[in-house]
Design a protein around this ligand. Structure first.
Ligand code: TPU
Ligand code: MG
Length: 561
């Protein structure tokens, strides 16, 4: 078989396990798209715009471990930058492939369309360098295989996005055949001495403690160490709390699960048990202003052990080039049982009282919505929670074994969840994908519902219409938090046009919501959007408390000079 630069890229994407790539066409990438289409193992999936295309790939990477998307030069690529930087923040290997100008036009007096009418064509690559772990421009078929391999290898190793720009007249040029895929997939091993030293030091540290607790963070999945974290937890026997951004990365059905740790807005008992502990094992944690609730809940000091992929810190010691999976499983084999925090957690946790069933004709409330959403969640469900009160409402959902939860808490860009739901559903067709989205967020990327309709994906979108940017209202209110209302349910009809099977429904009371959910479950040939209409001030108590503390952190005056 002979290869072109484009079919080489397709072969590599397929070899690393992708079955799809996302795309928006443009003249600089059309030949490349043709070449990608020659690979029958790889399906091309289209999006309405490049930002959504990037988020779709980001959602796909959450389901499948990696993703790729193709855009045209500059006008496409710059739109997708937000999603690419988001993939960096969220530790997802998303590869953005951009078409690029004909090589004959570089370093000439020519001006090109889709540029700023200057002779600089390098700015896309330069911007990409800032927000990816590897950015390459392919302008010769001889160099293409090595450049493509380097970008894919770096992205997969670092769990960060990469950028590959391919000149439009190179995409179908002949190039060498790919070698073994292990050149891209082989992992970087730990430094054996550092690993051993880190395990010995951590085992000593734990031996000197009576009440250790584990805290699971969102970098655990990227490190591929979820099973090893369970093994360590079981060997230690302690309580295991999970940070909000890592919900579902440690199973909530596990007997040692001790709730969501999120400072003042933790689930019952989780904050108390962390405060009570004499050692905190932070595994893949990210402590930022939001996760520490405006810097009010930041574990620090000599009792904290920080375990990240590539990096272990404790008691004034620092070990680098240590793989997290190897560290956790190595440590699990060397420690003594320390279950005091689990016993204490079971004493202090107070199960939240189940709200009384609402009159089906009573005006819809947030509490009623989430009670009904809860009853939908089974082991095949993935919940996707958008920035807004959906973050806080989502935290209260209890996940049975196998259920997954996706949240974009580090990047926190509203609008992410509509295309991410689309991408996730493309990547995980067997799962029930449920999205929780506020009205304000939905307005940024609404059109991607059309692609769910096009591919007949039965995702269920709960669009919470509280008539505004409520999360911002709770941080700081003003006229800018009011938004134009839409007929959200009616929008689905617009997207259906002549051939779509999507459903748009509106619920203003519990009875209507229950009926809408039944319709959604029976609907296998397209998405269902359920607009849930509630009062503007009907938000979670956690959002109010968190918003007050975040506002306080934002309002700190400048330090005196
Ligand atoms: O439930 P609720 O009302 O809080 O959610 P909704 O209606 O989706 O409103 C979200 C409001 C919001 C804004 C405007 N949350 N964060 N922001 C700031 C923001 C602006 N632009 C981007 C791309 N991301 C943001 N987080
Ligand atoms: Mg809203």
């Amino acid at each position: 078989m002979t290869y072109t630069v484009g079919s080489y890229l397709a072969a590599r994407l397929s070899q690393i396990g992708l079955k799809h790539h996302f795309a928006v066409a443009g003249d600089f990438n059309l030949i490349l798209l043709d070449e990608l289409l020659t690979n029958k193992e790889l399906e091309q999936v289209y999006c309405c715009n490049e930002l959504n295309c990037g988020y779709s790939a980001e959602g796909y990477a959450r389901a499948c471990g990696a993703a790729a998307f193709v855009v045209t030069f500059s006008v496409g690529g710059l739109s997708a930058i937000n999603a690419l930087a988001g993939a960096y923040a969220e530790n997802l290997p998303v590869v953005m492939v951009s078409g690029a100008p004909n090589t004959n036009d570089y370093a000439t007096e020519h001006l090109l369309h889709h540029t700023m009418a200057t002779h600089d064509f390098a700015y896309s690559l330069e911007i990409a360098r800032k927000i990816t772990c590897c950015a390459v421009a392919v302008t010769s078929p001889e160099d293409a295989p090595a450049q493509i391999d380097m970008a894919l290898r770096t992205a997969l190793r670092e769990k960060k996005p990469a950028y590959i720009e391919i000149a439009c007249n190179i995409a179908n040029a002949s190039c060498a055949a790919p070698g073994p895929v292990s050149a891209i997939l082989s992992p970087v091993p730990s430094d054996a001495e550092s690993l051993e030293a880190a395990i010995v030091a951590a085992a000593e540290f734990l031996k000197s403690k009576r009440k250790p607790v584990m805290m699971i963070g969102s970098k655990l999945r990227a490190a591929g160490a979820e099973m090893q974290a369970i093994a360590l937890a079981e060997s230690l026997g302690c309580a295991v709390t999970v940070m909000a951004a890592a919900k579902s990365f440690f199973p909530e059905s596990h007997p040692q699960y001790a709730g969501i740790y999120w400072g003042e807005v933790s689930s019952p008992g989780a904050r108390e048990i962390v405060d009570w502990a004499d050692a905190i094992l932070c595994v893949g944690a990210i402590f930022n202003d939001y996760s520490t609730v405006g810097w009010t809940a930041m574990p620090s000091g000599p009792n904290v052990l920080i375990a990240d992929d590539g990096h272990i810190q404790l008691a004034g010691l620092d070990y680098s080039q240590v793989r997290l999976d190897a560290f956790l499983s190595g440590l699990a084999a060397r420690i003594e049982r320390r279950d005091a925090t689990l016993i204490e957690y079971r004493r202090i946790r107070s199960a939240p009282a189940a709200p009384p069933s609402a009159d089906p004709a009573a005006k819809l409330t947030r509490v009623e919505i989430f009670q009904q959403v809860q009853s939908l969640i089974n082991s095949d469900t993935t919940v996707i929670a958008e920035t807004g009160d959906s973050w806080f409402n989502g935290m209260h959902l209890s996940l049975p074994h196998g259920a997954r939860f996706e949240i974009e808490m580090q990047w926190g860009a509203i609008g992410w969840s509509v295309p991410a739901t689309f991408g996730y559903a493309v990547g995980a067709p067997g799962r029930r994908v449920i999205a929780l989205i506020g009205d304000g967020s939905f307005q940024l990327t609404a059109q991607e519902v059309a692609q769910m309709i096009r591919r007949r994906l039965p995702a269920i979108i709960f669009l919470i219409n509280n008539h505004g940017y409520t999360i911002e209202v709770e941080i700081h209110d003003g006229p800018y938090n009011n938004i134009k209302n839409w007929d959200y349910a009616g929008l689905v009809q617009v997207f259906n046009a002549e051939d779509g099977k999507g459903k748009g429904l509106r619920a203003t009371n519990g009875g209507e919501l229950a009926a809408a959910i039944e319709t959604a479950l029976a609907s296998r040939e397209g998405p269902t959007l359920i607009e849930c209409v509630i009062d503007r001030d009907d938000c979670s108590g956690d959002l109010i408390s968190w918003g007050r503390l975040v506002a306080k952190a934002n309002a700190r005056p400048p330090r005196p000079q």
